[in-house]
Structures are given as structure tokens and as C-alpha cells.
Design a protein around this ligand. Sequence first.
Ligand code: KG4
Ligand code: ZN
Length: 337
Amino acid sequence: MKILAIESSCDETSVAIIDNNVVISNVIYTQDIHTKYGGVVPELASRAHIDKISLLTKECLDLSKTSMSDIDAIAVTSEPGLMGALIVGASFAKGLSIKYDIPIIPINHIEGHIYSGCIDDPTLEFPFISLVVSGGHTSLFLVESYSKYRTIGMTKDDAAGEAFDKIAKLIGLSYPGGPLIDKYAKSGNPAKYDFPRSMIHSDNFDFSFSGLKTSVRYFIQKNFEMPIKESEIPDLCASVQQAIVDVLKIKTFRAANNYDVKSIVIGGGVSANSQLRKEFIKEAQNGYKIVLPEMEYCIDNAAMIGFLASKKLQHNEELNNYYNLEFRVSSRPSRAK
Ligand code: KG4
Ligand code: ZN
């Protein structure tokens, strides 16, 4: 069973080939056009997807020495994401479906992230706690099978990646700010400034990061002259990063204890953060299994979309159910549970 997968929900265009649950190739193009605008510009994202999607599909097929006649199904991200960006991927997938008479499996992007840890680690067993932490999402899930999971917490306002990016902008760093905060934090003191750890004591698994952003804004206005001196940036970055990582870590392990689950899987762009990785991995010595997928499966990628489609088919879903080209893309998740 060979699946061609397409992902275009935000600012990554990606195409992958999955053969019986194994990723054969996964090409990702990250749009850099947004840097100069300080954030993703939806119209530019759609145009960049249009420019790249055919070329990436050809590159992906060539890399895996596969031709379209070998493909049994197409998987495509249908929700959630930027409307125009999703339309590009879905329309391209529908075109291929008509031309080659192959079914299309629409996939929820967040579900793709949830199961992305299973790509690298086939030994991973259910149940596990999944932390999806990216520029658009910060959620915790209790995952019981490939078709059953439950949202147990989510951010009430900004996502963690959004907080990294917005705070980086306040500090004077460019977009995306998460990797730059990570870089500067390496030479900074994380205990230098005490920023708020919002909702850390609440008895639920929800998050909130907009208070941190506001607090950093006022703190900078009061204590620094703009532009902030290069020498002052590392301590600020390390302290902000520590505040975000502390909340993510404490809430995730509290969820694992509450549901008596020993495996934790982290996905989404923020899982690239070196401090977050270090602190989660350390917990393995306390009997937890920590799965941090390879970066190519953490950031937005088509491999996770194709992998989940492949698993859905393996677990009872019929390929014949997927000849309906009338499915619509949606900027909000309709199927996420
Ligand atoms: O999953 P992703 O590629 O796209 C979304 O679905 O949002 O995540 C992008 C986010 C951005 O907010 C970016 O700043 C953040 O992930 N990010 C990081 C790091 N690398 C990427 N945040 C903190 N530390 C990093 N090393
Ligand atoms: Zn994503």
C-alpha cells in the first residue's frame, strides 16, 4: 500500500511517500518569504504553495523512485490551517485523484502531529500522552488508539510557539523567533528574571501564554532601552524560555500521573527547543518513555499525514470509502475530538 501525502496547512509545503507505514521520502519546503513581515502572511503562503507543490511532488516521487501509477491512495491535510493554503493542497490532491483515479483520504493536521511519534518509534504502545506544541497549537491529548484520543487540555489564548515568536519580536529578534530565543538562551541565565508561569497551579491541563507576553512587554518597557543591547539579550531569552518550558513540562507530567500513563510523545515545532528536549529527556530516568520525533516529523510535514492515513487503512477503514471528492477544507478542526 503506497500513499502519496500532501501537507500545505501553513508555511511549509511538504510531500511524502509512505509504503506500508514506512516513510520512503519526505520533502519539506519552509517558506522564508514571511520573515520580512514578522509573521505568516496568508496570501503569500498560498502563492508560495502554488509555486512549489508540483515541483516538490515530482522531487518526492523521483527520490523514492516511485511513479504515480504505483500510488494506491493520496492523503491530504484538510483541516485546520490557513484556508487558502489548505485549498492549494486539497485542490492539487483532487486533481491527481481525478487524473490517476485514486482515492483521497482527508487528514486532520493535529491528528497527524499526535501520531508523529509513532513514525520513528514503532514500539510505542498505547496509551500515551501527546503534547502538540507549535506556532498554532498547544494541546495535551490522552491517546488510546489510532482512532481514539481525547483532548485533555489546550491553550486558552496564545500557543507556546506564538509566545516565543511574539516575545522575540518585543526583544527585537526576527521571525520566527523561537529558534533565536533558543540560540541566545544557551549563553544566558534562566534564573535572572522571574516571569510568570501562568496556570501552573490550576487543577486542569489547560495553558495560557498571553499573560507571559504582556508581562515581558511591560518588563522590557520599564527596564530596558530600545534597541536592547546584544549583551542583555541572552538572560532575557533564557528566562522567557525557562518560563515556557516549566509550564509545558509540569502540565504534561501532571497529566501523565493523573491518567497513569508512562509514555509521552511531543510534536510540533516548539519540540525543537533544546531546553525543552533536555528537560523532558531527563525524566526518562524516572521511568517515563519520552518520544521526541526527528525534527523532520516535528515541524509541519507530509510524512505524518501519510502515516496516519496508512494506519487508518490498516485499522479497518476501507479505501473504497475515499472516492468522494466533495470534502471541504476547513480553517478550524471539525473532527478533532
Ligand atoms: O509546527 P510548526 O513548524 O508550525 C506550526 O504549525 O506552527 O511550528 C513553528 C513554531 C514557531 O512558533 C517557531 O518559533 C517554533 O515552532 N520553534 C521553536 C523552535 N523551533 C521552532 N520554538 C522554540 N525553540 C525552538 N528551537
Ligand atoms: Zn503543525
